[in-house]
Ligand binder design. Structure first.
Ligand code: MN
Length: 232
């Protein structure tokens, strides 16, 4: 049997120190997982726990570890925000995964950006509508190469930063997450059957803000290097 249209491409992440690829299935994201960021978004982290949303897998933009990659400014926004995030890539799936066994399901980690059309997201919040128009723009999930947990380990602390044109805008620590990566996997697996190839964007520290055409974003996580993008 032939496909009646060209087969849509399967997004696959390069793996540091290997010629092999990590094919992506789904992209899950967590919202308000750092207390200071929850507060800057007008929420009370003591009363309102983090929550999940999704991006389409083809919103991923592969960003090499070296050089500066062009990142297109999306349409229908005048307030396009950066959010630097640790991304966990699952090598094993399951349902009702116990927290104590969850880390072993992670194949590796990468630096990601949860780029957001904040004006559209704010409008969706106000009107109690879905977040997709704000969160799922084309190219809205830049991601660096995957570092294998087998060599990198499972980070529970370490600096996570984002700079714009050399000025630090976000500066946090992975240890400030409200829900740890294993807790996120455990909880998410009560809602969905997780599978190999799933990514989880694990939330952003405070300091999110707008970026404009011509500006360069540099996102870094301790041990995972830096990715650099110029907005075009
Ligand atoms: Mn985010």
């Amino acid at each position: 049997m032939l496909s009646v249209i060209p087969n849509p491409p399967r997004i696959a992440l390069p793996i540091v120190g290997s010629d092999d690829l990590f094919p992506v299935r789904r992209v899950y994201c967590i919202g308000r997982n750092y207390a200071a960021h929850a507060r800057e978004m007008g929420a009370d982290p003591d009363r309102e726990p983090p929550f999940f949303f999704m991006k389409p897998a083809d919103a991923l933009q592969l960003v090499p570890a070296h050089g500066t990659t062009e990142h297109p400014y999306p349409p229908r926004t005048t307030n396009y925000h950066f959010e630097v995030e640790l991304v966990a890539a699952l090598g094993e799936g399951g349902i009702d995964i116990p927290k104590e066994r969850a880390a072993a399901h992670v194949y590796g980690y990468a630096i990601g950006l949860d780029m957001t059309r904040r004006d559209l997201q704010d409008e969706a919040k106000k009107l109690a509508r879905p977040w997709d128009l704000g969160k799922a723009a084309d190219f809205s999930a830049p991601i660096g190469p995957l570092h294998r947990a087998a060599s990198f380990g499972h980070p529970d602390r370490g600096a996570i930063t984002l700079g714009v044109d050399g000025v630090v805008r976000q500066s946090g620590d992975l240890g400030e997450m409200i829900w740890s990566v294993p807790e996120q996997i455990a909880l998410l697996s009560t809602y969905f059957t997780l599978a190999p190839g799933d990514l989880i964007f694990t939330g952003t520290p405070s300091g999110v803000g707008p970026v404009d055409r011509g500006q360069t974003m540099s996102a870094a996580i301790e041990g995972l290097g830096t990715i650099s993008l110029v907005v075009t």
